[in-house]
Design a protein around this ligand. Sequence first.
Ligand code: NHR
Ligand code: GAR
Length: 203
Amino acid sequence: MKRIVILISGRGSNMQAMLNVAADQQWPAKIVAVISNQPTAAGLDVARAAGIATELVNHRDYPDRGQFDQALAHCIDKYAPDLIVLAGFMRILTPEFVAKYAGRLINIHPSLLPSFPGLHTHRRAIETGVKVHGATVHFVTADLDHGPIIAQAVVTVRDDDTEDTLAERVLAEEHIIYPQAVHDVILGKLTLVDGRVVRSLST
Ligand code: NHR
Ligand code: GAR
């Protein structure tokens, strides 16, 4: 059974979606821990209630990003995960951290990358007037929100959408594609070829 550690900073609805599918006996991985950098993250309570080990590595307790990332890595390594899943994790990770977990670190970003990397994606999508928006699952690289794309979901932008209504429809799609993407990565169904993710032929 493969092992997954989830990193969160807030609500944890993507984490919850992952816990829901992982409850199925057929699922090929076990969520062994949920780690937050935010003491107030609601997702910590959800994970605890589900009987999952939780950890807090508060970035405010460290003098710089390098030392925070070292503490985070130390905490992650206690659980010996095969895959680390960022689910609404809000701290930019150092190149050293990303290199250590290369190929085993994935994120879901609330836009159709390479459009709108960074923060406030729904607001920027509405301001820009794009007609389609969505979410992207990608391998994490040192280049923020630019790692190889694993999966995407498209959401139509309505003329009367607000940041909140758009975020809500994107989030519903996230809850579908993220567990599926994690499943495929865990089973080795995807491989990197020339920086692109392709479906393996044999598995
Ligand atoms: N780290 C690396 N190296 N590469 C990526 O692709 C990463 C990453 C860390 C997080 C998630 C990403 C997103 O999906 C992610 C991808 C945080 C910020 C940010 O600006 C930007 C992108 C993402 C996550 N964080 C601020 C910081 O100073 C803090 C913002 C806050 O606390 O609210 O780290 O959107
Ligand atoms: C999700 O929409 C996720 O894509 C986004 O934050 C939300 C987290 O919700 N991630 C980022 O913006 C990362 N910077 P959740 O905590 O309920 O999963």
